[in-house]
Ligand binder design. Structure first.
Ligand code: SAM
Length: 216
C-alpha cells in the first residue's frame, strides 16, 4: 500500500494488529504502519509527538484540551499520559472523524479519560465552562485549522479559560504554518513562547515544529 490517507485503512490495521486496551501498542502499530504507508495522514506522528509528550510530562495537566481530533492518534498519545482523575477534552467538527477517533480511543482503553466534543472550536470554546464544567484549561494542544490558532487562543483567553501557567502546544507552526499565531504569541506580553524544531510527520526532509507558549 502506498501513501494511504484513508483513515479506515489506518485504523482497521491498528485494530487488527495492536493489543486492545494498550495505548503504547496502538501507537507503535500506528507509527510502523504510517511510516511506510500513510505519510500524508495529517496526525502529529512520533517525532513531534514526543516533543509534546515531554510538555505533558512536565506540566501534568489536570484538564487538557485538544483542538482537532482527526482519527484519534493524538487523543491516544496524550490521553495515555493523563494521570488518574484528570480529563482530556477533544473538539472535532467532522462527525465522521469523531466517530473513528472515539472508536480508536475506546479500543485503546482511554474512554474514561478522553471526552470528544462535536462542533467547531469557535462554537464550542464559549460553551466549555457551562456545558462541560471546565473552570480553566492547564494545557491546550492546538492542531486544527491553522488560520484559527490565533483567534481561538484569544477566544480561550476572553472566555476566562486560561490562567497563569496554562500551556499552549501548537503543531504545524512552520508547515503548513501559522505565521499570525507565531507573531501573536511571540510578541504578546501575556505569553512566554519557545519553538521546538522538528520535521513534518514521517517527512524528515520537511521542517516543522511545535511552539510552546506559557500564559503569564
Ligand atoms: C491536523 S488534523 C488533527 C490531527 C490530530 N490532532 C492528531 O495529531 O492525531 C486537524 C483536524 O482538525 C479538524 N478541524 C479543523 N478545523 C476545526 C474547527 N474549527 N473546529 C473543530 N475541528 C476542526 C479537522 O476536521 C481535522 O480532523
Amino acid at each position: 500500500m502506498e501513501n494511504v490517507t484513508d483513515i479506515d485503512s489506518i485504523v482497521g490495521h491498528i485494530k487488527k494488529n495492536a493489543r486492545k486496551g494498550d495505548p503504547e501498542s496502538v501507537l507503535k502499530v500506528a507509527d510502523d504502519f504510517c511510516s511506510k504507508n500513510a505519510r500524508q495522514s495529517m496526525h502529529i506522528g512520533p517525532e513531534k509527538g514526543s516533543i509534546v509528550d515531554d510538555i505533558f510530562r512536565e506540566h501534568k495537566p489536570k484538564i487538557a484540551l485538544e483542538l482537532g481530533a482527526y482519527w484519534g492518534y493524538s487523543a491516544v498519545r496524550y490521553g495515555r499520559l493523563m494521570e488518574p482523575g484528570t480529563k482530556y477534552f477533544s473538539i472535532e467538527f467532522s462527525p465522521r472523524f469523531l466517530q473513528v477517533a472515539k472508536d480508536l480511543v475506546e479500543f485503546a482503553g482511554l474512554s474514561d479519560v478522553v471526552t470528544f466534543i462535536e462542533g467547531s472550536s469557535e462554537d464550542v470554546i464559549p460553551r466549555l465552562k457551562k456545558d462541560y464544567n471546565i473552570d480553566s484549561v492547564d494545557l491546550v494542544f492546538i492542531d486544527h485549522d491553522k488560520t484559527l490558532y490565533k483567534p481561538d487562543v484569544i477566544r480561550l483567553d476572553e472566555c476566562g479559560l486560561l490562567k497563569k501557567g496554562s500551556v499552549m502546544a501548537a503543531d504545524n507552526v512552520l508547515c503548513p504554518g501559522a505565521p499570525d499565531y507565531l507573531e501573536y504569541v511571540r510578541s504578546s506580553p501575556k505569553f512566554i513562547s519557545t519553538f521546538y524544531e522538528s520535521s513534518l510527520n514521517y517527512r524528515p526532509e520537511i521542517k516543522d515544529g511545535i511552539e510552546k507558549s506559557v500564559y503569564l
